[in-house]
Design a protein around this ligand. Structure first.
Ligand code: HEM
Ligand code: NAG
Ligand code: NAG
Ligand code: NAG
Ligand code: NAG
Ligand code: NAG
Ligand code: NAG
Length: 352
């Protein structure tokens, strides 16, 4: 009996000290609860203060999560800067110049590095920041599993190949999501993110000028809305390079199901938004979401978590990048060893 209890307590001890990255391929809620208990709250604080200063960053961060996960999985490849020998995802047209919020990730990374160096991945910081942004803009709260590791490859061409264009038709969108194991229903659910944030004129110019040989304006775009969009975005595109318009005219700063009501009323901004009405299974989902905000919010949270599992690196795969902008090199790894030594840790190579 006694030995059984000893055995049991030994077992519990082993469980308690086992490294959190025990299971390859699996993320878990509270991954940093032992190694960096403040990680999620530090990110949350950083996002909240950036949002207080500029509410538009929340949309940028939610979009960043999508653009990270769709290209080489959720591995923070979207954060890697181009170098003289490599054009990175960041500089590809789907990201440049429209993707933003990088400074918030940097600030959050600095905050967590100060507390727990070399512990929290840039990829998890993006996932936390997107979650916190959903809470701030939509009162949508969810736990996001973590334990993602960072990648070290970021290619311009991958971003072009994996991120659907706003000119996409329904079948192209369904395929792009299926390629990431996301269903057609999840495509519609996640498109609801277009209920916040802004777009540059270039993303919908095709719909308001010279649309086709028979119509200047896309007939599936509300004519009244087209007038407003033309006012905001003059024909001469060099005059509107930096102009942006709200993507949801009804509740532009609230993450809600008004997006779907907009699509029903031909107020979807992009060809890809309006395309959701061109297949019956997709339009049924649009109608369901338009009629059930609370139901959509639950589905949105679930789909964000699922998207966050896309091709993740875990365990010993990948890295914890020291600086989210650059892949770790011999010198950052050397510094990592030096820091561990300064903290009095015994092994310099434990994490390498
Ligand atoms: C279904 C395919 C999608 C396409 C074709 C698409 C395309 C775009 C485009 C072209 C923009 C505007 C960029 C600009 O010109 O400034 C945009 C903005 C945005 N997208 Fe998507 N998107 C899609 C899905 C998603 C998903 C799945 C999410 C997140 C769950 C998302 C979140 C956002 C957000 C929040 C913005 C506003 C960004 C800001 O204010 O800076 N999008 N999207
Ligand atoms: C959708 O777009 C793709 C790529 O541009 C094209 O090959 C396909 O024929 C289009 N499908 C429909 C139904 O228009
Ligand atoms: C999709 O699921 C299949 C089967 O589980 C898996 O082999 C594949 O890697 C997944 N793809 C992505 C992008 O997650
Ligand atoms: C409109 O599109 C047609 C062909 O699609 C093109 O020949 C014409 O130059 C375009 N006009 C303008 C003003 O862009
Ligand atoms: C567009 O605007 C730019 C900047 O003002 C000007 O230089 C250019 O001539 C204009 N192009 C046309 C076609 O009007
Ligand atoms: C757009 O913004 C960039 C950078 O802020 C600036 O250099 C450029 O002049 C702007 N272009 C226009 C047309 O306002
Ligand atoms: C990227 O990571 C892989 C595996 O972690 C490693 O083998 C490779 O050398 C790294 N490449 C660069 C450029 O850091």
């Amino acid at each position: 009996m006694l030995s059984l209890m000893k055995l049991l307590s030994l077992f519990l001890l082993i469980v308690a000290v086992a490294p959190p990255a025990a299971v390859d391929g699996q993320l878990k809620v509270g991954f940093y609860s032992q190694s960096c208990p403040l990680a999620e709250s530090l990110v949350k604080k950083t996002v909240a203060s950036a949002y207080a200063n500029n509410p538009g960053v929340a949309a940028g961060l939610i979009r960043m999560f999508f653009h990270d996960c769709f290209v080489r999985g959720c591995d923070a490849s979207v954060l890697i800067d181009s170098t003289s020998s490599n054009l990175a995802e960041k500089d590809a047209p789907p990201n440049n110049p429209s993707l933003h919020g990088f400074g918030v990730i940097d600030a959050a990374k600095s905050a967590v590095e100060a507390r727990c160096p070399n512990t929290v991945s840039c990829a998890d910081i993006i996932a936390f920041a997107a979650r916190d942004s959903s809470a701030l803009t939509g009162n949508i709260f969810y736990d996001i599993p973590s334990g993602r590791r960072d990648g070290n490859i970021s290619l311009f061409t991958d971003a072009l190949a994996n991120l659907p264009s706003p000119l996409s038709n329904a079948s192209t969108l369904v395929k792009a999501f299926a390629a990431k194991n996301l269903t057609a229903d999840e495509l519609v659910t996640l498109s609801g993110a277009h209920s916040i944030g802004v777009s540059h004129c270039s993303s919908f110019r095709n719909r308001i000028y010279n649309f086709s040989s028979i119509s200047q304006v896309d007939p599936t775009l509300s004519a009244a809305y087209a007038v407003l969009l033309r006012l905001a975005c003059p024909f001469n595109s060099s005059l509107s390079g930096n102009t942006t318009v709200a993507m949801d005219v009804m509740t532009p700063t609230v993450l809600d199901n008004a997006y779907y009501v907009g699509v029903q009323r031909e107020l979807g901004l992009f060809t890809s938004d309006q395309a959701l009405l061109t297949q019956t299974s997709l339009s049924a989902a649009v109608n369901a979401n338009a009629g059930n905000g609370a139901g959509w919010a639950v589905k949105f949270a679930r789909a964000m978590v699922k998207m966050g599992n896309t091709e993740v690196k875990t365990g010993q795969q990948g890295d914890i990048r020291k600086n989210c902008h650059v892949v770790n090199t011999a010198s950052t790894l050397w510094n990592k060893g030096a820091e561990k030594e300064a903290e009095g840790e015994s092994s310099l190579v434990a994490n390498m």
